[in-house]
Design a protein around this ligand. Sequence first.
Ligand SMILES: Nc1ncnc2c1ncn2[C@@H]1O[C@H](COP(=O)(O)OP(=O)(O)O)[C@@H](O)[C@H]1O
Ligand SMILES: [Mg+2]
Length: 266
Amino acid sequence: MQVTSFPETIMTKHNNINFDKLPEEVKNYIHHLEQVRSDFVANVSHELRTPLTVISGYLETLLKNNHPEKEMLNKIFMQMYQHSLRMADIIEDLLLLAHLESEDHPIDEKSDIFVKNILQALCVDAKNISGDKKHKIRLHADKRLLIRGSESELRSLFSNLIVNAIKYTPRGGNIDIKWSQDQQGHGCFSVIDTGIGIASEHLPRITERFYQVDTARSWERGGTGLGLAIVKHVLLRHDATLQIESEVDKGSKFTCIFPAFRMTFR
Ligand SMILES: Nc1ncnc2c1ncn2[C@@H]1O[C@H](COP(=O)(O)OP(=O)(O)O)[C@@H](O)[C@H]1O
Ligand SMILES: [Mg+2]
């Protein structure tokens, strides 16, 4: 692993640590963190630069062209608007991720959240997003099953998985959203689609920040590559786990399993 720059002395809040005297595995771990940090900065810069380049390119065209035709203007404004929305999405997701990853932000918990109500509202949004792709979106949720957790974080988790199912399922496909309790008392939330699926070699890395199977295709569909990283962190903050089953060209099933101690059955 190559590290281009690294301080010999690591300054911490309380003392100076001589890097050379640290055990080899600690040094390796610090190098690894440094690599993750620099990859992250490179990814963020790249993701933001792309839409910005498009916007500045169009502005340059407008500055050079004194009397652009109305049709051309409409096209340019629409493109600039879409790219600015994309930048806003990336920044919003990054801020949310930073919040979720920070130990300074404990989870803002509320007991007895009505999951079915949240899912019903998200299904209305989902039908709007699906639009003329006319997916069959079905909700099977047990209204008596309530959860303790952060309502806004859970909404974001559910929404990310549902929107992914819509984005990665061709016209007319099925999307089933389920919320129920299993025999051990766990809360199980799953989204099952008949979409493009994910090849098994991608699954180990799929929840990494900015990881996308097909960047061009995800771009077209308006993805930031941060959704599943957000999902992972919300689950970690709720002591929950994620299972992914997927087959290329057949579909995917994402299941979130919440611990029994967070559940109430009424
Ligand atoms: N339901 C799904 N079906 C097929 N591929 C999916 C699905 N959900 C996620 N993916 C793949 O995982 C990648 C990461 O998902 P995500 O973090 O939500 O990013 P994106 O913003 O691209 O949707 C996506 O780019 C896509 O390749
Ligand atoms: Mg997504």
